[in-house]
Write a protein that binds this ligand. Structure first.
Ligand code: NOJ
Length: 780
């Protein structure tokens, strides 16, 4: 592969980010301050070190690894496979009649990464082999893994007892990791450089070459988890070995874990539990469409990617390597909207953390660690440790208006309402949550503050101020104005009004309806540019995204949000989305802006200082693409919606990896735009809002199955050649098996709906928990 193709292991507190080469790192809870294994980010060669299993032929001295790297045998003599699945990865090699498999996963209920290894002698003679595990332990904190070593090199140690290498962190005597196995090792190394040897790398460790570790441990230095076992395999014989990379000390965890997972039945059971965990989740919504790529991605990978963003946030990958901790306000708000049906508990936790990160002024803290607001037990009273992570006080992290991103908190309005629509938990609106700075209020009051903040921070044209940035980190408008934020404001207002109506809070319905009417007329009067909507104004009043500019004429978000928010008339909506199709479309997806900027212009912002065709300056930025899909669905143009969806679908780029490079099962943050020489190359997989939004766009708007406060809506917008599709959706405990038929080959419109044989209208009221319901929909 041209680049690392990665996967995520772990669904609770322990996580491993792992590549197809078994390169990567583990952490416990925090990728910044809970690192277990070390990673050399952006390194040469790619993705090192990792979680490696070496095999050695003890008769010839030849050795290899079960994953292709780090030994990197000649591919003409050796067959390697990597299979990434939902929270597991499996490496397979076949070399000189030895078949080997290394399955990696983290059980749901234990903080340990298991390596379930099977080795089989497929040859006709007896084989004498050795196996070695290898991980490099981290100094626990990313800063001290990568910066000053003058203390950290002497702060950690390894020791060996009972077949377990224990790694300790002297300054933080509650932090231990261990490496164990289901056998009595023949040799071991806890000291990295004794295992690797001087001036060697993971490719050719001296211990593997020699066929024996040197039983090293030490206080201070760099450490590893290398356990060695000699094996004799008769022809046709197979052996199963389990390695365990765990969190905790030998005494408290290591021995128990070693005992538990030395029984392969417990390994099988843990893997089965993990499979059931995902099956259960995925069964919340399954689709069957004539478009195989769409249903493969929706039923597995896209929702899996969306959940990964919610569970691990956005700061643990090979690009974001853990240097930042916490939640990005806007990113987490959006992520938490997409998988409430598969992970309501985690989404609720995130929503509460974000509500707590809202100031009493109504703006969100742009990037904050929710742990700051949780009362912590002091672990070592009175001792100031050189390595310890300083935990700021809540007051220290409250930033002022100069650091506010004008869109940040607005996203939360829809997310909270989606949460209530999904769960039916209307009482959630009345839960009391503290503000980040002072005081507290109900969830409902938090939402009002968010909407009021945007209503109060408008510029001289009546459009929302851009502040430090809006959704686009690189549009830095300050007191200038952002069309996108006014559209999002309008969208959020309408969502809130619906909630207020449902709760019977009439005064609020009136108040916010009149604000919404003002916002809408400002948008329609001020932002329309003849063929499309402008993107905003600089602080001196210059238009951004107008036909009159020579660069940055047309911005995607200004159009899709005009339609999605409901602010644009149908006629203008069609015109502006036609402009999008004409000027921004490429076979890899829609460009964010056209033409890209070539001249720095600090009134517009950092976007003008980014190379053309990259990231915010005219790349095919993924996250806004699904908004254009939604806009086309609202306009009833199912063919166009599918064209936009298809262009970016990673599945469809599987056969052009020489161009795309990145993994074809994950949306990436962006794809190089047409103004760049590497047009089509995808970068920054996994941690992007694109997955959640594409999932939302496809299920809620293309397939048109949406939940409301009081019912299930059915409003598809599909390509006209689709004759039929199916969706199975669980909602509030009931199951809905929906079959939609389209005999007249139309794109939008529902003629009739039958629920369990009876004619009904959309929205369909929630059915009894436990019931299974058949819904037949006829388009026409
Ligand atoms: C990535 C950031 O995480 C996200 O918050 C932002 O909206 C996009 N970049 C666009 O700038």
């Amino acid at each position: 592969m041209p680049v690392s193709w990665t996967n995520y292991l772990g669904v609770r507190d322990m996580c491993t980010v792992i590549s197809h080469n078994a390169g990567g790192y583990s952490f416990y809870k925090s990728a910044e301050h809970g690192r277990i294994t070390r990673f050399r980010p952006n390194g040469v060669p790619l993705d090192r070190p990792g979680h490696y299993a070496y095999l050695r032929d003890d008769e010839t001295g030849d050795y290899w690894s079960i994953s292709w790297q780090p030994v990197g045998k000649d591919l003409k003599q050796t067959t390697y496979q990597c299979r990434h699945g939902l929270s597991y990865s499996k490496f397979i090699s076949d070399y000189l009649d030895i078949h080997a498999e290394q399955l990696l996963f983290i059980p749901i209920h234990d903080d340990v990464e298991l390596w379930d290894i099977v080795i089989k002698n497929n040859g006709s003679r007896l084989r004498k082999l050795s196996i070695f595990s290898y991980v490099e332990f981290s100094f626990q904190h990313i800063e001290i893994d990568n910066q000053s070593f003058q203390m950290s090199l002497y702060a950690s140690g390894s020791n060996y007892q009972d077949g377990i290498i224990e790694y300790d962190f002297f300054y933080e005597p509650w932090n231990y990791h261990f490496m164990a196995a289901n056998f009595e090792p023949d040799s071991y190394d806890g000291v990295r450089d004794r295992f690797l040897g001087n001036y060697r790398t993971e490719t050719n460790p001296i211990a593997v070459e020699r066929g024996k570790c040197c039983n090293s441990t030490e206080l201070g230095g760099n450490h590893c988890g290398a356990l060695h076992k000699r094996l004799i395999l008769e022809p046709g014989e197979e052996i199963r070995l389990i390695f365990m990379l765990g969190v905790g000390s030998r005494a408290e965890k290591g021995r128990l874990i070693k005992k538990k997972y030395s029984d392969p039945n417990n390994v099988d059971q843990a893997f089965q539990e993990l499979k059931s965990y995902w099956h259960q989740k995925l069964s919340a919504l399954q689709v069957k469409t004539p478009h195989q790529g769409m249903y493969t991605m929706l039923n597995t990978w896209t929702i899996y990617q969306a959940e990964t963003c919610v569970v691990w946030s956005r700061f643990a990958s090979f690009i974001e390597v853990g240097g930042r901790t916490g939640l990005g306000y806007r990113d987490t708000s959006q992520d938490a909207m997409s998988c409430i049906h598969t992970n309501p508990a985690k989404c609720k936790q995130r929503i509460l953390e974000l509500l707590n990160g809202l100031t009493s002024m109504g703006y969100g803290l742009h990037l904050f660690d929710p742990e700051v607001f949780k009362s912590k037990e002091e672990k070592l009273p009175g001792v100031k440790l050189p390595t310890i992570k300083p935990m700021p006080k809540p007051a220290d992290i409250i930033h002022g208006l100069e650091d506010v991103c004008s869109d940040d908190a607005l996203w939360l309005v829809a997310t909270v309402c989606e949460y209530v629509k999904e769960t039916g938990d209307m009482a959630f609106f009345d839960e009391v949550v503290p503000y980040a700075d002072k005081g507290e209020g109900t969830v409902y009051e938090h939402l009002k503050k968010i909407l009021d903040f945007s209503a109060e921070h408008i510029g001289r044209h009546g459009i929302c101020q851009g502040l430090r940035a809006d959704w686009n980190d690189c549009l830095n408008l300050g007191g200038g104005e952002s069309a996108m934020v006014s559209f999002i404001h309008y969208w959020s207002l309408n969502i809130f009004i619906e909630a207020a109506q449902y709760l019977g809070r009439d005064a609020d319905v009136q108040k916010y309806s009149s604000i919404a009417a003002k916002v809408k007329s400002a948008c329609e009067e001020i932002l329309w540019d003849g063929k499309w909507y402008i993107r905003g104004f600089t602080k001196t009043g210059r238009k951004i995204g107008t036909q009159e500019s020579s660069e940055g004429k047309l911005f995607l978000n200004g159009q899709s949000w005009a339609v999605y928010s409901g602010a644009a008339s149908e006629e203008r909506g069609r015109m502006c989305m036609d402009a999008v199709n004409e000027h921004l479309f490429s076979r890899f997806g829609l460009h964010l802006v056209w033409p890209a900027y070539s001249q720095p212009d600090d009134e517009i912002g950092y976007i003008t200082r980014v190379y053309k065709g990259i990231k915010e300056n005219g790349s095919i930025f993924s996250h806004p693409n699904p908004w254009a899909v939604i806009a086309e669905c609202i306009l009833g143009r199912g063919d166009r919606a599918m064209k936009f969806y298809d262009a970016m679908l990673p599945y469809n780029q599987n056969d052009m990896i020489e161009i795309r490079e990145a993994e074809p099962y994950s949306y990436c943050q962006f794809i190089m735009g047409k103004d760049h020489s590497a047009h089509g190359r995808a970068r920054h997989p996994w941690l992007t809002g694109s997955a959640g939004w594409f999932y939302f766009a496809a299920t809620n708007y293309m397939l048109g199955i949406r939940v409301n406060f009081n019912g299930l809506m059915i409003d598809p917008c599909i390509p006209k050649e689709w004759q039929e599709f199916e969706v199975q959706r669980k909602w509030r405990g009931a199951t809905y098996k929906i079959i939609v038929k389209n005999p007249e080959c139309i794109m939008k419109g529902v003629k009739s709906i039958r629920l369990n044989g009876k004619k009904v209208e959309s929205p369909i009221p929630p059915q009894k928990a436990g019931s299974v319901n058949e819904i037949k929909v006829l388009m026409g």
